[in-house]
Design a protein around this ligand. Sequence first.
Ligand code: GLV
Ligand code: MN
Ligand code: MN
Ligand code: MN
Length: 399
Amino acid sequence: MLAGLAEIADTGRDSRRGGYSRHLWQGADLELRTWFALRAERLGLNVETDRNGNLWAWWGEPGPDAVVTGSHLDSVPGGGAYDGPLGVVSALEAVARLRASGFTPSRPCAVLVCAEEEGSRFGIACLGSRLLTGGIDADRARALIDADGITLAQAARRAGLDPAHLGADRDALARIGLFIELHVEQGRGLVDLGRPVAVASSILAHGRWRLTVTGQGNHAGATPMEDRRDPLVAAARAIVAVQDAAENHPGARATVGRLEVVPGGTNVIASSVHAWLDARAPTDAETRDLVAAIEAAVGEAALVNGCSVAVTEESWTGTVTFDPELVGRFRSVLGGDALVPALPTGAGHDAGVLAASVPSAMLFVRNPTGVSHSPEEFAEVGDCVAGIDALETLLRSVL
Ligand code: GLV
Ligand code: MN
Ligand code: MN
Ligand code: MN
């Protein structure tokens, strides 16, 4: 494992699920934030936390038109070691190399760690970058609640932030002249092409919706089968309908990866079920069309069990097309199109959110398993080093 990743390999291990569970401002995430600050300060960088909990490590004075590189340190529940931290560790290493070589940047430079990229605690992916750019309303964000009923406002206060200051941060955003995020690839693109590193070309449109299936809570022993309105059985039919709808929409992906059964007792017919839908497709219109089809299909499926379904949107990101001029320039700086593919991805990233406000680009590092959001996610040390080499080269070309 890459040395920087080995330093944090024991932080946030999840013995129950396997892999890592590192969630915003909870034990492992707090440890990683401290680790990052110490690591950056040891490199001579000046660390600050912005009003939304994103961490910045500045090489010299913060300033306008800065080149900013980084990713995130939080994870999905039971995630891999690379999704997020690889980009942070690589950014620190690339900056360390530049400093050690005596390179003098002609513009400000910072390493950025975005907060709550996965949305594992408060449900909204890329929460830190959405807050920074004003991509989520601050009042709505403050009211988000975690699994323990703690609001984002309360959690922010406990983390030492003023919840009144959460939200669009024009000053911080105005400092970014260019953002570059390096990330482990979350599919098989580079494996199939036999290359270690790619530049990202686009991100699928994607969003999250909550399906609330309502039935009749009742006694598991005293309620005959024909008298039931069981929302969990309805949810099971609805989930199959989600899969069928996605299979009928070319290039679309739809997933229910999280369920909450209310009240959740072995001898209790549930009264309601929350199912979270993650839906993605190549264009905004196709994604909207997919979700409309899902909404109709889950309603019909639930009716079989006498239940109803309410669908509410929780987050949305339109298709991201990274600036083709920047993509072309970076591929050419890294050795040309034959060596460095441009790859689309179905995974969301802070670079995708930031791309709506500032020039942004991504590098992908080969993942031999092709698996992500799972402990099986992997990258060979040699490919991680190729990623750092590429990031260093790009930074030299723009600094
Ligand atoms: C981020 O990892 C996503 O869910 O796409
Ligand atoms: Mn992820
Ligand atoms: Mn990620
Ligand atoms: Mn359709």
